[in-house]
Write a protein that binds this ligand. Sequence first.
Ligand code: DGL
Length: 279
Amino acid sequence: MTVAPDSTRPIGVFDSGVGGLSVLRALQVELPQERFVYVADNGHAPYGERDDAHVLSRSHAITDFLVEEHGIKALVVACNTATAAAIHALRAAYPVLPIVGIEPALKPATSLSKTGVIGVMATRGTLNSEKFRKLLENLHGTGTFVLQPCDGLADAIERFDTVRIQALCQDYTRTMGRFGSASGEIDCLVLGCTHYAFVTTELATLVGNHIALLEGGVPVARQTRRLLEQAHPGMLNQDPLAMGQHAPIFYSTGNLNLLESAVQRWLQLQGKTVFQKLE
Ligand code: DGL
């Protein structure tokens, strides 16, 4: 393929499914001039309950596709599980490509929490990862973290199965303990999986509106801007005429209808949107 000038090339974004749309939403607000190509790997999901080798090989296959077919200028790994399993390997394989990952917002939670007790909902894969172990180690002594693996929740969100979403959110928040502002209670809840950003209403109803829910889309979008500005001058698309002009291209490796309805439900898109199946 012919590679277009740096600043007009697209940014690749991927997740195991629809969760990364919560990151794409933030990216579109932060970088309205940019083009995005989004891959939902829902044919090989959930990542959070599979082994590292699977997530690693899927992350490589998707990145290769985005680089080879779309000439992306940056990659956003919009998945905590894939970031934990694959970001080091991706950076080693693509040393020149700016790559932004996402990790559970534990550090911001420690600054925000008054009780010092922080709940963390994430996939089993993220919580068991070496990367997460190091994150906890670095924050040793700054708070008490109540870790909750949420098997099945990403899948229920993927299918927009509202009954299962409600039941799982209820189970998991109950298991975590008491939420509130009294001593020993959880006053911050970290959403350590990009899918969970789409169930904040359900979670807030269960834990109480005064509990802070922390997700990572906005910081990832800011970091993407910074990398485009710093690492490669001229990589940021600053053309005012490009503002809001480019609807993302969406690929699904599984059920394309689920991706299309999630995009309609959760993203306000203008312009013609392209959905394609990726084998
Ligand atoms: N959205 C992904 C994350 O942020 C994981 C969902 C899955 O288990 O596939 O970890």
